[in-house]
Design a binder for this molecule. Structure first.
Ligand code: SIN
Length: 274
């Protein structure tokens, strides 16, 4: 097995290994790399839905996503699908999954089944590297702040985005919950400090005037959006990507109009964030 850093801020490429047959020792190595890099990209996998589920279950309990369409016969698997005639894609903006949950999901494991001839890359951003690069004044300013996250604007009945994505999302009636989390997260496993706000689901900073909250969030987002904190994953069919939602953002680029892109995603339960 070969593990190579994908960029300075986030991600590592894992080659010469079949995730179906990882020994306990290899799994421990992979787990360490995951904690260190926040995202892993396993090349050349050949997985049935059962294999995908079995690999996910080695990481923890599955968090059944209530808004994505499930793969038929496999409620654990969410379909990340864009058809050739669809304009908007799923995940087409910077976000981290499930931050609107009281106990946000640990991470997601995404398997590429059909990739367009060009385009459809996914960007990842490293939250620990972005936090470390903040100046001391900003670190001091945000150290005890909390932010509220929500999902009605994405998954709810009235969401323009949902209407545009069409029938790829379900259960609009279950949208609307919000959750409050620290802006600076001490990662529950690695202990590293990282930023935990995202443009997709963060609504506001708690106990702050709306204008100030908006300006501070925009400042943090502009900081994280610098290329130096990113890795761009160019997909091949058979790639299996795995990311830690508490340590990364991701952004599925929508630059392949007229082509089909189809991936399967399994999300793993997390723990309460202190
Ligand atoms: C997602 O946001 O989970 C989808 C990522 C992708 O399609 O690359």
């Amino acid at each position: 097995m070969q593990i190579t850093k994908a960029s300075d801020a986030v991600g590592a490429i894992v080659e010469d290994i079949d995730v179906k047959s990882l020994s306990d020792g290899q799994f421990a190595e992979v787990r360490n790399a995951f904690q260190k890099h926040g995202a892993l990209f396993f090349k050349n996998q050949n997985l049935t839905p059962e294999d995908h589920i079995a690999f996910a279950e080695r990481w923890g309990n599955i968090d059944f996503n209530r808004f994505f369409k499930q793969r038929e016969g496999y409620p654990a698997i969410a379909e990340v699908l864009k058809e050739p005639d669809q304009q908007l894609n799923i995940g087409g903006g910077w976000h981290t999954d499930h931050s609107y949950d009281e106990i946000p999901a640990m991470g997601s494991i995404l398997y590429a089944l059909e990739i367009p001839p060009s385009g459809g890359d996914t960007l990842f951003a490293g939250m620990a590297a972005a936090y470390e690069a903040l100046d001391d004044d900003m670190k001091e300013r945000i150290k005890d702040l909390k932010a509220r996250h929500g999902n009605a604007h994405i998954f709810g009945e009235e969401s323009e985005y949902r209407k545009a994505v069409g029938d790829r999302y379900t259960n609009a009636d279950q949208a609307g919950q919000t959750a409050v989390h620290p802006i600076v997260l001490t990662h529950p496993e690695s202990g590293a400090k990282g930023l935990y706000v995202n443009p997709g689901f963060t609504l506001e900073i708690v106990d702050m005037e709306p204008e100030e909250s908006k300006a501070l969030l925009q400042e943090l987002y502009a900081h994280i959006m610098q290329d130096r904190f990113h890795h761009r994953h160019k997909w091949s069919e058979g790639d299996l990507a795995m990311w830690d939602n508490r340590a990364t953002w991701h952004y599925a680029l929508n630059d392949y109009q007229g082509h089909r892109r189809y991936l399967n995603r399994i999300t793993i339960e997390g723990v309460a964030l202190g």
